[in-house]
Design a protein around this ligand. Sequence first.
Ligand code: SER
Length: 330
Amino acid sequence: MRKILVTGALGQIGCELVPALRQHFGADQVIASDIRMAHSSRTSSNTGAPSADGDYEYLDCTQTQHLQDIVRLHDVGTIYHLAALLSAVAEEKPQFAWSLNMGGLYNVLEAARRNGCAVFFPSSIGAFGPTTPRDHTPQVTIQRPTTMYGVAKVSGELMSDYYALRFGVDSRGLRLPGLISNTAPPGGGTTDYAVDIFYQAVRYRHYACFLRPDTRLDMMYMPDAIRAMMELMQAEPSGLHHRNAYNVTAMSIAPEELAGQIRKHIPEFIIDYEVDPVRQAIADSWPRSVDDQAAHADWNWAPKYDLETMTEDMITKVRQKLNKENLHAP
Ligand code: SER
């Protein structure tokens, strides 16, 4: 089997995708890479992920030659390209966001074309904009995003389709919703509140949310997202009618609903609101709920976690994690 390269492996998704891929395909089959240095060249234990050993490479995806060299050196056959800035931080530095999010993907697609690799590209609900129908957003619809993050995601979807059509690159993608997880924190996203809220609720019984109470957005628990990526990449290509990229979702929720669910486990939990106008404007330009029927139909996509089961599992895991950290505190 040719190897799997994961870029952005130390990020929120990568920390959970790398161990899942290593468990499925074997530790030596998966090369983790990131622009941050891992503590040791053979271990992923510094990521906070289960410490399944495997190769690690320092990689800046904007460096074309370095990326090509790593793909050739390890005989990579599949690239999960996760390295990118999230929406809010991309608005702070739009020029850099374009060069990393779009330039990095272009380099990955080029390396894939030259070396016959398959590519996974995470698009996002951010690929939609204020003129998109906001409820039950169809698979094929208007995509005129107003953020640099979204502009790069739509361009990435188009570029990935182009490489599939023109050069036969087996590129596949998901329009991921906000991802809720407890291994590594997200950084600079608009949906990050749905992760922060759990840590603050367990630690302080209080959370000041940067989105309005009724801001409804699609979300998914990380185990479902990891499974979705792996299932899509293993799906029979002839059944894929959309490739880049499939709408997927597990729940459509607002901060006040998530707070209500958390209160079932932590009754004294209080949420209040300190709205960040930048992130609120981004959220208001995104769908409230997407229609993921195409993913159901083409590769049998179905989430396992809903709001209730995700909340229960998150609270258990965050409690365990914080207890462990307290035990190890000096
Ligand atoms: N979770 C991402 C963000 O908030 C959206 O895909 O930026």
